[in-house]
Design a protein around this ligand. Structure first.
Ligand SMILES: CCCCCCCCCCCCCCCC(=O)SCCNC(=O)CCNC(=O)[C@H](O)C(C)(C)COP(=O)(O)OP(=O)(O)OC[C@H]1O[C@@H](n2cnc3c(N)ncnc32)[C@H](O)[C@@H]1OP(=O)(O)O
Length: 213
């Protein structure tokens, strides 16, 4: 992964042990569960959810037997200038609690995410927030573009068509593919599919700045 691919701001200065990288991703997963639990429970149920995660985190900080042999999926890396870089991406990074745990595949000119989204992504009841629909499509189309186009490209234009609500709590396929490459410009399109239904479509333009082409 290159420095420009991470698109991050300031990185932490220190490298860390593989155990601590695993701990960071364990903590991120606990934060995700907490977010869903805080929104999805009330009263004593709420207290039980919080207590379970606090105990799990305390155990992980102690002997961390639960983390033995667990490798972090996105440990910090060194960039070209020797600085430690963390993958911060709010869709992809296992270390970012905002990012849902998704499975990512590339095949030819197509990228695909598979994910089941919990309550913290809710807009309308039981449905995905429209802004996050655009976030997911932007990211999957960007990955398709990254596979096919030279250099790193940035989203210039993105149009979303909301065909029907995108459901929470069931597996989604989020697909992006490149349609045309014209010099520094790459056009891509994609969709979010639940079951057999296309819930949202996207099309857009990605441009590679002159310096990275
Ligand atoms: C295990 C996994 C590890 C993963 C490891 C990686 C992790 C890494 C994660 C990163 C995840 C990213 C996730 C999503 C992608 C973002 O989110 S990117 C962030 C959002 N986008 C931005 O911030 C971009 C902001 N905009 C810009 O910086 C600039 O506008 C751009 C896009 C770089 C383009 O600037 P520019 O090169 O100055 O553009 P410009 O010369 O005006 O236009 C270039 C050409 O396009 C044409 N053009 C411009 N607009 C249009 C248009 N609308 N239609 C047609 N032609 C147009 C121009 O006419 C021009 O044509 P030519 O004159 O060359 O013939």
């Amino acid at each position: 992964m290159t420095e420009s691919e991470t698109l991050s701001l300031e990185a932490p200065a220190l490298p860390e042990s593989p155990q601590d990288s695993a701990l960071a991703e364990f903590a991120a997963a606990a934060c995700r569960r907490l977010a869903g639990g805080i929104l999805g429970t009330t009263g004593s149920g709420l207290r039980a959810v919080i207590e379970a995660e606090v105990r799990a985190l305390q155990a992980a900080l102690g002997d961390s037997a639960e983390l033995h042999g667990v490798a972090a999926k996105h440990p910090p890396r060194f960039d070209r200038r020797g600085r430690v870089q963390v993958l911060t991406n709010p869709v992809m990074s296992h270390r970012n609690p905002l990012a849902p745990p998704l499975v990512h595949h590339h095949d030819g000119d197509e990228s695909e995410f598979r994910v089941t989204l919990p309550l913290q992504y809710q807009g309308p009841r039981n449905s995905l927030h429209g802004g996050y629909v655009a976030v997911l499509l932007d990211d999957v189309l960007w990955h398709a573009v990254r596979q096919m186009a030279a250099g790193v490209s940035f989203t210039r234009e993105l149009t979303i068509t909301y065909e029907r609500p995108v459901p929470l709590f069931e597996e989604l396929r989020i697909i992006g593919r490149v349609t045309t490459i014209e010099g520094r410009k790459t056009f891509a399109e994609g969709e979010i599919i639940a079951g057999e239904a296309v819930c949202a479509r996207a099309r857009g333009l990605w441009i590679s700045p002159k310096s990275s082409a």
